[in-house]
Design a protein around this ligand. Structure first.
Ligand SMILES: C[S@@+](CC[C@H](N)C(=O)[O-])C[C@H]1O[C@@H](n2cnc3c(N)ncnc32)[C@H](O)[C@@H]1O
Ligand code: SF4
Length: 376
C-alpha cells in the first residue's frame, strides 16, 4: 500500500484594496466591505465537502494566502481556524502562515491573528524605495513595511518572512542591493526574493515597463545572492532564502510533491488516495460564483505517465538532495520506470547520484527545461 505524503491545507482570501499592475494572482479589488462572516462560513463548508478525501489524516501545515488575508478581521481568522481545527486534526506543531500587506496591518490585529493560531507571518514588502513602491502600485510606503516587520519580530512568532522583488522597472544594481540590505537589517528568519516577471493578463503585461537587461539582472542576482549568503541566509529554492531551520514547511511540502487541500476562491488541491489514485482539484475562481456555494470548479486525475514529470518539476526547484525513496513513496511508481531517463540525465551531467539520493547539478539548474523534458 502507498505511504501517503504529508498533508497541508491552503486557504485563499481573494480580495485586495486595489489590484497591483504586475499581479496575476486570483485577487479582486474590494468594493465595499469584506464579507467576513459569510466568506468564513463558505470556506468551512468548502472544507467539509473535501473531508471525505482525507479521512482523518493530520494536517501538518496551513497557509492562508491571497489576495490580502490581512483584510480579514482577527475575529474572522479565529472563527476560521477554530472551524478548521473542529473539522480536521491539525498537528500541535503545525506551521500556520498568513500573508499580510504592510498597508493593511494594524497592531492589534497581528496579536489577534497570533491568538487565533497564526505562528508565521509573511509580509509583502516588495521594495523599500518610495519610487519603486509607487511604480508597483503599492498602497504602502517603506515606513509601514518596517513597522509591520518590527511588529512581527516583537510578537515572538515561530518565524516571519519578507517578500521582496528585484529586477524592478529602471532598477539599478545599487537600488536592488539596498532593498536587500534594508530587509536583512530587519532580521527576518525567511526572505523570499522574487525576480519580477511580466505576466500576460496584467497592466504591466499590456503596457510593459522598462526592466533591467539580462546582464544587469545577472549582476543583481549574483551580488544579491552573495549578500544574503554572507548574512547567514541559505538559498533552498529558486527564490527562497532562510536562516538554518527556518525553511517554509508549507512550501517545502508543495515542492516535495506532498498533498494539500485547497479551499477558497481558485484554490488548487492535490490529494493521494490509499489505492494510489492522485486527484487534483480547482475551486471556483470568482468570489461571486464561489459564494453561491459552487465550490468545486474542476478536478482531474494525475495519470501514471504524467507523474514523473510532475514530481520532478516540483522537486527540482529545491536545491536539497532528494531521497530516491521519495519518488516511489510520492508517485507510487518504481525507480525502474524512470531508470532510462535518469541514466540520460546523469550522462548529460544534469544530475549526480549516490546509492540513496539524487542531486541536481549546476548544469541541471541551467538547463532545467531540457532536464524536465526527459520525463515528459
Ligand atoms: C500572493 S502574492 C501577494 C501577497 C500580498 N498580497 C502582497 O502583495 O503583499 C505573494 C508574492 O508574490 C510576489 N509576486 C507577485 N506577483 C509577482 C510577479 N509578477 N513577479 C514576481 N513576483 C511576484 C510578491 O512578492 C508577493 O508578495
Ligand atoms: S500583489 Fe498582493 S496586494 Fe497586489 S494585487 Fe496581488 S495579491 Fe493583491
Amino acid at each position: 500500500m502507498l505511504k501517503l505524503p504529508p498533508l497541508s491545507l491552503y486557504i485563499h482570501i481573494p480580495w485586495c484594496v486595489q489590484k497591483c499592475p504586475y499581479c496575476d494572482f486570483n485577487s479582486h479589488a474590494l468594493r465595499g466591505d469584506v464579507p467576513h462572516q459569510e466568506y468564513v462560513d463558505h470556506l468551512l463548508a468548502d472544507l467539509k465537502t473535501d473531508l471525505p478525501m482525507v479521512n482523518d489524516r493530520e494536517v501538518t501545515t496551513i497557509f492562508i494566502g491571497g489576495g490580502t488575508p490581512s483584510l480579514l478581521s482577527s475575529q474572522a481568522m479565529q472563527q476560521l481556524l477554530d472551524g478548521v481545527r473542529a473539522l480536521l486534526p491539525v498537528s500541535p506543531q503545525a506551521e500556520i502562515t498568513m500573508e499580510a500587506n504592510p498597508g493593511t496591518v494594524e497592531a492589534d490585529r497581528f496579536s489577534g491573528y497570533q491568538q487565533a493560531g497564526i505562528n508565521r507571518i509573511s509580509i509583502g514588502v516588495q521594495s523599500f524605495s518610495p519610487d519603486k513602491l509607487a511604480r508597483l502600485g503599492r498602497i504602502h510606503g517603506p515606513d509601514e513595511a518596517k513597522r509591520a516587520a518590527h511588529l512581527a519580530a516583537n510578537l515572538g512568532l515561530r518565524s516571519f518572512n519578507l517578500d521582496l522583488m528585484h529586477g524592478l522597472p529602471n532598477q539599478s544594481l545599487d537600488e536592488a542591493l539596498d532593498d536587500l540590505r534594508q530587509a536583512i537589517a530587519l532580521s527576518p528568519p525567511h526572505l523570499s526574493w522574487y525576480q519580477l516577471t511580466i505576466e500576460p493578463n496584467t497592466s504591466f503585461g499590456s503596457r510593459p515597463p522598462v526592466l533591467p537587461d539580462d546582464d544587469a539582472l545577472w549582476d543583481i542576482f549574483s551580488q544579491g545572492h552573495q549578500l544574503l549568503t554572507a548574512a547567514g541566509y541559505q538559498q533552498y529554492e529558486t527564490s527562497a532564502y532562510a536562516k538554518p531551520g527556518y525553511q517554509c514547511q508549507h512550501n517545502l511540502n508543495y515542492w516535495r510533491f506532498g498533498d494539500y487541500l485547497g479551499i477558497g476562491c481558485g484554490a488548487h488541491g492535490k490529494i493521494t488516495f490509499e489505492n494510489g489514485r492522485i486527484l487534483r482539484t480547482v475551486k471556483t475562481k470568482h468570489p461571486r460564483g464561489y459564494m453561491q456555494g459552487r465550490y468545486l470548479d474542476k478536478q482531474n486525475q494525475v495519470e501514471n505517465e504524467d507523474r514523473p514529470f510532475e514530481f520532478f518539476m516540483n522537486r527540482f526547484r529545491l536545491l536539497e538532495m532528494m531521497p530516491k525513496q521519495d519518488f516511489s513513496n510520492f508517485t507510487g511508481l518504481s525507480e525502474t520506470s524512470i531508470r532510462a531517463q535518469i541514466e540520460q540525465a546523469l550522462a548529460a551531467g544534469y544530475l549526480s547520484e549516490t546509492a540513496t539520493h539524487w542531486q541536481i547539478t549546476q548544469k541541471g539548474k541551467l538547463f532545467l527545461n531540457s532536464l524536465l523534458e526527459l520525463f515528459l
